[in-house]
Structures are given as C-alpha cells and as structure tokens.
Design a protein around this ligand. Sequence first.
Ligand code: SF4
Length: 233
Amino acid sequence: MREIQIGGLVPFTTIDYPGKLSGVLFLVGCPLRCAYCSNSHLIDVGDGPYDPEKVFDWIKARVGKLEAIVFSGGEALMQGDATIKYIQRVRELGFAIGLHTNGFYPDLLARAAPFVDWIGLDYKATRAKYESLVGNSIAYDRMSKSLDFWLTTGKDFEVRITCDPRFITKDDLREIVDDCAARGVRKIAIQKYTPYAEDDAHKTTPEAREQFFNDADLREYINKKFESVIWRE
Ligand code: SF4
C-alpha cells in the first residue's frame, strides 16, 4: 500500500472542527475540478512534500495540546486505505477526527466512519448545476449518497454550501437547504465565496458575492430550518 501523501499542514486552528482546537492535514489529490478551488495545487495526484512519519511524530507531540486532527484536501478519501489507516493511528492517540469531504467516495466514507467523529460535507450546487461547477457528472449522486449514509451514523456533521454567484442563485440556495432539511440535516454553514480563480469572462463582483448575506428574508428562511446555521463570511 502506498503511504499517505500530505500536501499541507495547519498546526493550530479554532475554525476547522466545531468547538475543538485542531490541527489540519491537507491530503494530495481530488477527483473534482471546482471552478472556485482555492487548493488547486493539491488536486493532481502526486507525491506530497511531507514525510508522513515525521508528521505523525509531530501529531504525537500535540497530545494534550490539540483536541482534534482534521483531514482535508484535496479530497482526503481519494487516497483510500492509506488515509483510513493513518486516521486510525491518529485516533488511537486520543484525538477526535474531523474530515472535510466533497462526498465523492461514499463507500470509503462508510469504511472510514468508525474512526471519524465529525465531517464537514460540501453540497456545492443544485443537482442541475453540479456538473458545471465541479466538472464531474456523477459528483452530485456520490455526494447525495454520502450525505444519506452519514445521516445513518448519527454522528455530528455540518453541510457546507459555498455561495459562488456564478453557480448559485438565492433560489438555488433555497432549493439546497430545503433538500437538506427534508433529509434531516440539522447543521449547515453558508459560506461566502472568495475568488481565487476567475477569468475575465467569469468574474464576480463584491455585491454579487455579498447578496446571500444581506438578505434578511433569506436569512430568516434558512435560520428557522436548522438547529445551527453558520453564516461564514
Ligand atoms: S472538492 Fe475541494 S479540493 Fe477538490 S476541486 Fe473542489 S474545491 Fe478543490
């Protein structure tokens, strides 16, 4: 088995796992090609610059200082068993395990689930617009399966919607949150889009990016549907 490929590391954060001080590992490789990707240096499969055993020693030295380790990417589950085994080792040290995922690997998510305590799952657009945003025709169905699976675990999680106005309208956002609420999602995060990769033909404006956050009716509509709504600007 190939060892895990780590492309980046954040040693200390308070925002990547709700309520826990955590460190974040960014794993190499992603099956999607989202138009707004801010980690495009991580999406091609290849060798990561970090030595996994040195990172593991660093994690071991954080026992008692950090509460959680979050696996992010790229798409952390794309590395399959290498990721799952590493997650198991880290969890045996006593850390809570978080996973940021685009939901593309529901079967791997099911295998990892016994060792994962919380996930942040991307729900990127309506079904109709998913492919145009992520460049993959089966991504919506995969994400949908992952969401339904995770609900069966009873474990904590957050659904994250990044409001890129090139791919999401306010009506789309309503459609997405309606779907989430109907499935039984209790916690969501509405995330402001930050432009990293725009070309002249596909530019957004600050007003377009902010429209989701300054509409009182929309806020009320969404806030009343869930136990927790984070408006992440
Ligand atoms: S799922 Fe995340 S890492 Fe992968 S292309 Fe999309 S934004 Fe980038």
